[in-house]
Design a protein around this ligand. Structure first.
Ligand code: SF4
Length: 387
């Protein structure tokens, strides 16, 4: 199977209230040295990625953070570095961009650098929700960004929405969905807000306070209804629901993200980037300043290198594969499993039979999937299954 490449750019203009990713607001002076370090990591460490070095790459994803903050020439240099070390003819090269960072000049430069897909962090079309979430952009920026991207030639744009932002109501959610559908992106992601205890919003939810509007977060039932209404309206509009949080027009499923759910190999570059070569998983150090230092001193930034055991691989097949609406081919997993895994699989099969009778999963004797009306509680279903 062909290889995916992920490049992490861990910088943002501000910190969203709900975010607990390893991203930081840093001086712009640090952008260029970071981009140069990534290029150097690609050049100097690509050869350590056996057995994937020199492999054919069919997807590249620059995520973050907000990679669109970097100068387009710096982004182009990263793509160029990849071209030199891999059989490079990817069908999909995605750049994550925040709406307020899209200008006509940037959009043209991104196309020239080789990007053919933009994942635009739209999140909501309601200014009160965007303001409370600490986002830099407003609804007008989303319309303008999509117009500029289309004018520059992008024919593959993904927009996302978050269900559960503070002040979200039935009306504002419905309005956000309508505006999104009006823009007709090729791909849509809908996330249910998860309140992480380490985020400012999470701390406020635990300790109390009003600064981040934790008290205005909708109830879980309301979030689930938002998600379900999105499922219905996106289906009606011709979008294929292919993963719990993702929908695409025909032929526009995200190739790169599919690799994660199918356990295909991908290599990550940059601070905090994760990799999986089919046998091992590893991550680079999270601290971006330390990452640049390591690369400058010729020290590998990799840590947490671990062999994936057959037991872990089996759990991953379920945990990741069941995020896809198609589910997993249990008959194939049973056929390929080593003798040491037979008992575990038999145990899972028993549990599946019980869960199918409760309507939590659907199983036709070969393919297993989470029941479509249980997708809002998919985490709980997975925990019960693998528990
Ligand atoms: S833009 Fe994304 S990565 Fe950056 S702070 Fe907001 S949610 Fe986190």
């Amino acid at each position: 199977m062909k290889l995916g490449i992920y490049i992490q750019v861990p910088f943002c203009q501000t910190k969203c209230t709900y975010c607990n990713f390893h991203t930081g607001v840093v001086s712009r002076d640090r952008y260029r040295p970071y981009a140069e370090a990534v290029c150097r990591e690609i050049s100097e460490y690509a050869s350590l990625n056996a057995p994937t070095h020199g492999a054919a790459v069919d997807s590249v994803y620059l995520g973050g953070g907000t990679p669109s903050l970097l100068d387009p020439s710096a982004l182009g240099n990263m793509i160029e570095a990849l071209r030199q070390h891999y059989q490079f003819d990817p069908a999909e090269i995605t750049l994550e961009a925040d709406p307020e960072t899209v200008t006509a000049e940037n959009a043209r430069a991104w196309i020239a650098a080789g990007f053919n897909r933009i994942s635009l962090g739209s999140q909501s079309f309601d200014d009160a929700e965007l303001r409370a979430a600490g986002r830099m952009h407003r609804r007008a920026d989303i319309f303008q960004a999509v117009e500029l991207l289309r004018a520059a030639g992008f024919r593959n744009i993904s927009l996302d929405l978050i269900a559960g932002l503070a002040y979200q109501s039935d009306e504002s959610w419905s309005e956000s969905l309508s505006e999104l559908l009006r823009l007709r992106p090729e791909h849509v992601s809908i996330y249910m807000l998860e309140i992480d205890e380490g985020s400012r919003l999470g701390k406020e939810a635990l300790a109390g306070g009003t600064r981040y509007s934790a008290g205005a977060i909708p109830e879980e039932d309301a979030m689930a209804e938002f998600y379900e209404s999105a499922c219905a309206r996106l289906a009606q509009a011709g979008y294929d629901h292919y993963e719990i949080s993702n929908w695409g027009l025909p032929e526009k499923h995200s190739r790169h993200n599919l690799k994660y759910w199918l356990r295909a190999p991908y290599i990550g570059f940059g601070a905090g980037a994760h990799s999986f070569d089919g046998h091992k998983r590893w991550a680079n150090i999270h601290d971006s300043a330390r990452y640049v230092e390591c690369i400058g001193q010729g020290i590998s930034p990799r840590e947490q290198i671990e062999d994936v055991t057959p037991e872990q691989a089996l759990e991953e097949e379920f945990f990741l594969g069941l995020r896809r609406l198609d589910g997993i081919d249990l008959a194939r997993i049973e056929r390929d499993a080593s003798a040491g895994l037979r008992n575990r699989i038999a145990e899972l099969r028993n549990r599946i039979t019980g869960m199918a009778s409760q309507g939590l999963v659907e199983f036709d004797g070969a393919r297993l999937r989470i029941a479509p009306d249980r997708l809002t509680v998919s985490n709980e279903v997975l925990v019960e299954l693998l528990g």
